[in-house]
Ligand binder design. Structure first.
Ligand code: GBH
Length: 480
């Protein structure tokens, strides 16, 4: 009976919130304006333009630094309840350190926040969306434990300045992507070549820094208890390639534990610490490599307790899903590495619709299954879907995006109403076309088209805006 679709249309609860997202480096531009300092993305796109498919960068991007009011018009036209954007660390602290507070940078976010509130759009602020200040990278960046203290200093500045108006905070965006793609795979900035080692150090310090920021916020800044602060994790769901093969079942579970569990288990599980399967595998592999310590850093018993519970909700970025089976060879992976440790092959169903981004296929059922996995694994925590979206060529008649959103919003509705998953918000990525990291400007995720050739980067609504707007205002899925 659980799978029979009811005849009456079903509504999102009146408390359910809808938003759109963006991130600083992807939209702001103004890379050297008003004292902004350089970040690792300025550095990498400048030194290694060949890493970006069209050789582009975020120097100008959508120029949201000057045109943020145009972004707000787009948000108003979409009818969203909140806007998830990120603060550029090096815009407010050009060297990353408090010795260099940039008042003009702080004012920019004041203006943005105030204008949002004036338009009845709640600000949701991401403190770190991958743009590490270059000067802190030169100190070693995230793999250096001192970063925990630097992040805490930065967090304090943000809380002091904005916590009277900002009641929704995200500490880190997608730490697995930042640590793995940036410290192992040489895909993303900072292009640190330390597979199987630097990636885990990076993750360890993010977990500690998140805990510090969480506890500081609740001890000193959230005095009226109306605010929430959370980490944002991305994951797909992974099914066993052959559901009748116990090895595949185990491989699927291991794949999720290594990706989502790496950061979710220490924070959301009842026991804390890394997922047991990660600790066992990486400790055993480290021993086989004749190391006297594990490549996966160890939490002290005090740290396990200190880190556990340090997220008021789970921010979930969901894009796509896959199948898993145990790896049959490890030839393609550096030794050591995250992928050798995880030891699974993932694949997709070729019939799933594919976006302009080749990694992105539309699999709504994966979102529903993942939400249920989270419900069971972590005792039904509150979940905000902090990103979910589709890329194409940037066409205004964006039927692919509409179909993607239709399927995924229905999956959320089913998870909420039928499965009793505690999902309270959905965020479409992204409000406007923007700099899509190593894909440059070749893959467009926006609800609004941006004319990157025009001096005022004109924003134009795509068809998906009316579609989303109607869902938000009626709280109902369209029946046609
Ligand atoms: C999110 O990452 C980001 O938070 C956001 O900034 C971004 O714009 C959005 O997704 C859309 O990509 O080219 O095969 O190496 C989602 C996770 C990680 C998915 C990097 C794409 C590159 C795959 N992303 N990955 S590949």
């Amino acid at each position: 009976a659980n799978n029979v679709r009811p005849v009456t249309p079903q509504q999102f609860p009146s408390t359910f919130k809808f938003g759109c997202g963006s991130s600083a480096y992807q939209i702001e531009g103004a890379y050297a304006t008003d004292g902004r300092g350089q970040s690792i993305w300025d550095d990498v796109t400048k030194k290694y333009p060949e890493k970006v498919v069209d050789g582009s960068n975020g120097n100008v991007a959508c120029n949201s630094y000057e045109l943020y009011e145009e972004d707000i018009k787009a948000l108003v036209a979409t009818g969203v309840n909140f806007y998830r954007f990120s603060i550029s660390w090096s815009r407010v602290l050009p060297t990353g350190d408090i010795s260099s507070v940039n008042e003009l940078g702080l004012q920019y976010y004041d203006n943005l926040i105030n204008a949002l509130i004036k338009n009845k759009i709640q600000p949701m602020v991401t403190m770190f969306h991958w743009d590490m200040p270059q000067r802190l990278q030169e100190l070693g960046g995230m793999p250096n434990p001192i970063i925990v203290d630097y992040f805490k200093q930065y967090a304090k500045i943000l809380f002091e300045r904005y916590s009277d108006r900002v009641k929704l905070w995200n500490t880190f965006n997608e730490p697995v992507v930042y640590c793995e793609l940036g410290h192992s795979l040489l895909v993303h900035a900072p292009l640190v070549n330390s597979p199987g080692i630097g990636n885990y150090l990076c993750g360890h310090h993010i977990l500690l820094a998140n805990a510090e920021a969480y506890r500081m916020y609740h001890n000193f800044y959230n005095l009226d208890k109306t605010g929430k602060i959370a980490i944002v994790l991305n994951s797909g769901y992974t099914w066993p390639l052959d559901a009748n093969n116990p090895d595949d079942v185990e491989a699927a579970e291991r794949t999720i534990q290594f990706w989502l569990g790496w950061f979710a288990h220490p924070i959301f599980s009842s026991t804390g610490g890394y997922p047991p399967v990660m600790t066992e595998v990486i400790n055993a592999n480290s021993e086989m490599e004749n190391r006297t310590w594990s490549r996966l850093p160890e939490f002290t018993p005090e740290e396990i307790i200190y880190v556990r519970g340090t997220s008021d909700f789970l921010g979930l970025n969901y894009y796509t899903s896959s199948y898993a089976t145990p790896a049959t060879d490890q030839i393609g992976w550096p030794n050591p590495s995250f992928y050798r440790d995880r030891n699974t092959f993932t694949s997709v169903n070729e019939t799933w619709p594919v976006a302009k981004s080749t990694w992105l296929r539309s699999v709504p059922q994966g979102l529903r299954d993942l939400l249920n996995w989270i419900r069971k694994q972590y005792n039904n925590p509150e979940v905000y879907i902090t990103e979910n979206g589709w890329s194409d060529e940037g066409e205004l008649h964006d039927v692919g995006r509409i179909e993607y959103l239709r399927g995924h919003l229905q999956a959320v509705l089913d998870a909420v109403l039928r499965d009793r998953c505690n999902v309270v918000a959905h965020t479409t990525w992204s409000i406007i076309d923007n700099f899509e990291w190593m894909s440059g400007y070749t893959e467009k995720f926006g609800l609004f088209h941006v004319d990157f050739t025009s001096p005022n980067k004109t924003r134009t609504a795509k068809d998906s805006v009316a579609f989303l707007r109607s869902i938000i205002s009626t709280r109902m899925m369209p029946t046609n």
